[in-house]
Design a protein around this ligand. Structure first.
Ligand code: C2O
Ligand code: CU
Ligand code: CU
Length: 496
């Protein structure tokens, strides 16, 4: 598209009020899906990563200011091997403090990369991470209190794949041939085509939603897949948007893994929900050679207001699932690449799901959009007052306060509620089982081990911590809508 045409169209679209029609028409979809480089961090020395500031033309001719690890936006896939120690040297070459948090990894608090482990410009952090958990797909991202949303938005995130040499993975696993990461993010672009992050009142309240979709850093890209079984590792690395995904021909696919590793058996489905920070691995059969699109509707933001009540309408999320609000994530066509890997799915998978036993203690968490007056709090944030308007159990995040003290090795029941909106609740340091969502019992076998759970109505998880965290470097529990987290919807706990 020519520049003049772009300017005209974007001026027209900026005036349009509806969420998805704000999409910049200058974005050219259909570029090949970028495949992140793999960095093997499997026990040797010498793996280093630099967090850098850069620029990327997401839209041709418009350079956006970005952040990344070793590249201008996002970072390499870190491939770790269970039973080894992953040694990394991370140097901060940005102009602000950063952390590198290993989201979903079972490591002790002093290695976790949480807010207490921020390191300054030009400093290097040298964590040595024991890899002790089953094979799975995780991610890493910055986690500096009040900067997480901005830094992740600009690109300070990447994928982790843990492999387990002791377990045979019976699924497609040739990276870049029949096994692809899909890092899904929504981003806004301003009238000149540059990525923008301007928080209005509704963005602070509901979390920021962009009007354009990126996968692996490219706008609605296209993957040419081999004409057989393909594994897709989906990560929702968006700040706030939850997705309800399907293929536009409604083809069936199978979920084979979730946050914490393989499911006990492939689960057939035609659509799935993906909350912020959740991962799922799916296997899709492209042997029919049909071109398809991966499409989505918004999961919505307000509890109990599906179809859009007053607030839902105001925020443009509203839980609407009408076809009109469906949008494209990316597209697929089928290549003539030779088939590799298995061409049928096994009936069962070598899942490693621990028996957590019965809980010895119950803890309750209520996620508060405001510990006080919501609108008043939002307005004071907009006016530059306290940004700590959200909280958990009535308290906004305080780096100097330990909120919970947990005993290592004890199974607990955590009951999570939200006072108004829906939230993805994330816990550091372990994987847990989900027992109840939206007040309904769920089958843990269908869901697998998780480290984030969508909270929409009464939610219960069974959790046990085997990794320790002291008062100096506690673990976090928080909402993974990054604007909520930065606004204080986060707490700290020790494991001793
Ligand atoms: Cu994805 Cu507290 O982190
Ligand atoms: Cu985390
Ligand atoms: Cu939230």
């Amino acid at each position: 598209m020519k520049r003049r045409q772009f300017l005209t169209l974007s001026a027209a679209t900026l005036a349009a009020p509806a969420l998805m029609s704000r999409r910049s028409l200058a974005a050219e979809p259909g570029a090949p899906l970028p495949l992140p480089q793999v960095m093997d961090v499997d026990g040797g020395n010498g793996n280093s990563l630099s967090a850098i500031a850069g620029q990327r033309e997401f839209i041709a001719g418009a350079a956006s200011d970005t952040l990344g690890y070793d590249q201008d936006y996002l970072g390499p896939v870190l491939r770790l091997k269970r039973g080894t120690t992953a040694r990394l040297a991370i140097t901060n070459r940005t102009d602000a403090p950063i952390t590198t948090h290993w989201h979903g990894m079972h490591v002790p608090g002093h290695l976790d990369g949480g807010p207490q482990l921020a390191f300054d410009t030009q400093a290097t952090w040298n964590p040595e991470l024991p890899v002790v958990q089953p094979a799975t797909t995780l991610w890493y991202h910055s986690h500096v209190h009040k900067l997480t949303a901005d830094q992740v938005y600009r690109g300070l995130a990447g994928l982790i794949m843990i492999e387990d040499p002791a377990v045979t993975d019976p699924l497609p696993r040739d990276y870049g041939q029949n096994d692809f990461p899909l890092i899904i993010q929504d981003r806004n672009f301003d009238g000149s085509g540059r990525m923008s992050y301007d928080l209005g009142m509704m963005d602070m309240m509901a979390g920021f939603r962009g009007s354009e979709m990126l996968v692996n850093g490219a706008i609605r890209p296209r993957l040419s897949a081999p004409a057989g079984l393909v594994r897709l590792r989906l990560l929702n690395a968006s700040n706030a948007r939850g997705y309800t995904l399907r293929f536009d021909d409604n083809r069936q696919f199978h979920q084979v893994a979730s946050d914490g590793g393989l499911l006990a058996a492939p689960v057939a489905m035609t659509g799935l929900h993906l909350s912020p920070s959740e991962r799922v691995e799916i296997v899709v059969d492209f042997s029919d050679r049909a071109a398809v699109r991966l499409v989505s509707t918004d999961m919505g933001t307000m509890a109990g207001m599906m179809g859009g009540g007053m607030m839902g309408g105001m925020m443009g999320g509203g839980g609407s699932t009408s076809a009109a609000s469906e949008f494209e994530i990316m597209s697929f066509d089928v290549s003539d690449a030779p088939l590799t890997g298995p061409q049928s799915l096994p009936a069962t998978l070598p899942a490693q799901i621990p028996d957590l036993g019965a809980p010895v203690r119950t803890r309750d968490f209520t996620l508060n959009v405001n510990a006080g007056n919501m609108m008043g709090g939002m307005i004071s944030r907009l006016l530059g007052g306290s940004s700590q308007t959200m909280g958990i159990n009535g308290d906004s995040f305080d780096m100097g306060r330990i909120d919970q003290r947990v005993t290592a090795g004890e199974t607990e029941l955590w009951r999570i509620n939200a006072d108004m909106m829906v939230h993805p609740f994330h816990v550091h340091g372990t994987s847990f089982q989900v027992l109840r969502m939206g007040g309904q019992k769920v089958d843990p076998a269908q869901i697998g081990m998780k480290d984030v759970v969508h909270v929409e109505g009464p939610t219960e998880i069974l959790v046990r911590f085997d990794q320790k965290a002291d008062e100096k470097t506690p673990f976090m529990f928080h909402c993974h809508i990054l604007e909520h987290e930065d606004a204080g919807m986060m707490g700290q706990f020790t494991v001793t």
